[in-house]
Design a protein around this ligand. Structure first.
Ligand code: UDP
Length: 238
């Protein structure tokens, strides 16, 4: 069920089995395990603890992670994109009458994201939201609002490592079932940026599409080879 990459356990089943697996938890932190996020855990003890806690599930979100699962000889069944898992969870929430809370992105993007979610899932109960621009050390009001509204799932879209730190700092206080960092997903749902064409996603080239569309991402591309090299070195030693 897991691929062991560096000291991480990466979920290696398909989307259906992941949804069933998540269901077993009382509270779960779903970590979008792309190289940038996993590298951040190797540099920051608090994040590493959070990603390897018994309430965390790391999904193979990114071609770099898929490649590393092959290097360690435990290939994942499929790449699982955070945004696709988020969509599946939301679909299920609408069916079951469970609520969600959204944190992240600029206010205008967040508003458009909510409009588009309401259009796609008319019965979805969005009990609260907050933009992603606040002081992580002074966000008690936001946390209290989430506690009060008791959402089933909280999606946090503030980029890495900000969203992962928010989750690590607050997971114990929050009374929701699912917490998930979803990066730039609100921008995609709001229609501000598009996902890559399907053929590019299939060929593992989503990173290339995103970098061409948003050239500031070029710096982040270095995270993929760094993660692969770390995996190769670790694998050789063990
Ligand atoms: N963001 C935020 N607060 C910040 C910095 C960024 O809410 O302090 C939001 C930003 O507006 C965007 C998302 O986080 O919506 C950035 O996601 P990014 O594309 O960097 O994430 P990725 O998909 O690469 O993980």
């Amino acid at each position: 069920m897991f691929s062991r990459i560096l000291n991480y356990k990466i979920f290696n089943g398909n989307m259906r089995s992941l949804l069933d697996y998540i269901d077993r938890f009382d509270k779960v932190n779903i970590v979008s395990g792309n190289p940038q996020v996993l590298n951040s855990g190797l540099k920051n003890e608090k994040l590493f603890k959070s990603f390897t806690d018994s309430n965390a599930v790391i999904i193979p979100d990114g071609i770099g992670t898929v490649i590393c699962s092959k290097i360690v000889g435990e290939p994942v069944e499929e790449k699982i994109a955070g945004i696709e898992l988020m969509d599946n969870v939301i679909k299920q929430c609408e069916l079951d009458g469970k609520s969600i809370y959204l944190i992240g992105a600029k206010q205008e993007i967040l508003d458009n994201c909510i409009v588009n979610l309401r259009e796609k899932y008319p019965k979805l109960d969005i009990v609260g939201s907050h933009n992603g621009y606040f002081d992580l050390k002074k966000c008690d009001e936001i946390v209290q609002d989430i506690i009060k509204k008791e959402p089933y799932a909280v999606f946090v879209a503030m980029g890495c490592p900000r969203q992962e730190l928010f989750i690590a700092d607050n997971i114990d206080r929050l009374n929701c079932k699912i917490l998930m960092g979803v990066g730039g997903s609100f921008d995609v749902i709001a229609g501000k940026v598009n996902r890559a064409p399907k053929w590019m996603i299939k060929m593992g080239l989503e990173w290339l599409y995103r970098t061409v569309k948003e050239p500031f991402r070029i710096k982040r591309l270095g995270e993929i080879p760094v993660f692969i090299i770390k995996t190769l070195i670790y694998n050789k030693k063990s």
